[in-house]
Design a protein around this ligand. Sequence first.
Ligand SMILES: [Zn+2]
Length: 379
Amino acid sequence: MKEIVDYLHQIEEEMVDLLEQLVCYESPSTRPDLTEKIGRYLSNIFIDMTGGKVEKLFSDCYSTHLKAVWGEGDKQLLIITHMDTVWPEGTLEVMPFSITDGKAYGPGTFDMKAGIVQALFAIKTLKELNIHLDKKIVLMMTSDEELGSPTSKDYIIEEAKKSDGVFVLEPSQGKEGALKTARKGVGTFEIRVHGVPSHAGIDPEKGASAIEELAEQITYLSSLTDLEKGTTVNVGLIDGGSQKNVIAEDAHAVVDVRVQTKEEMNRVVPLIQNLKPHDPNIEITVTGEIYRPPLERTDDIERLFEKAKSLAHDYLGIELIEEFTGGGSDANFTASLAPTLDGLGAVGAGAHAHHEHCVVSEMPKRSALLALLLIEYGK
Ligand SMILES: [Zn+2]
């Protein structure tokens, strides 16, 4: 075990070089031509570094996802990463890759290109040190996570069902690099209100205002928020109407919904789906869903975290802590299918923000933690 930690420390520079390469491949989720390029690069790197195999998983509207496999065995462990970022092409010109005071800055460093580097080096370390596992390791590298994983979700679920453990390389949380053992479920709903238009000055009584109706619905939707239970219903976008002197025919709202428990999900979702108009001349249509269910801290997750905590303490001198987050990740899909641990990626700050960075000296440590977990659960 100690050998793994020492080996990774010696090759810290190689890890940083690869991180720089990955950051220089700009890869916004909405640009399949660009995510395809980083995918090709990573595919070759994986084969070079580990001698493993890479399978392409087709996506109908984004670029191919990668399923990289190392080792042999009927059973498997799953590592989840994503290649895409939220940063548009050209971001590098204003936010170039740089290292200052031991921190690597640049688009996607923290979320989650350092995580990909750590996963690749964890597997390479097992190979270089001739450590044999009884299970194969499946490393998923997807290209649409930042969009809610619309086309990679089914692949992830399929692999999670076959896995004895799932390790998600999303960034850790806070200065201490906490792992994430609970996440909110996330959903989007669209509310379309259709009323009856008429001249606001001549025939006001003949109209039924979609805007007025939507306003009342917004107040109701907001009242579904229950901060104590971790539920938020946020009407984040609205539009409607055509002219100031026309009683509005249409109005539309987009609602972000987050829930901490399945119980709250089951309370709030039907209330949103069954909105009833106050005015019988008005129609309301609701579409949408909770696309990532809540990740609740199960006994399996607790056991996995306790194991990671003791490995980190014994071999890395890290006092690992766990935290809850309101953001969703692919761990939300897998937690009910296999023991899942999330936040195993980079230590740093600024996901989706201009000061995005990861702490370089933590990269070999976190990579070692993943390697130790793979050994622990791979036997
Ligand atoms: Zn991420």
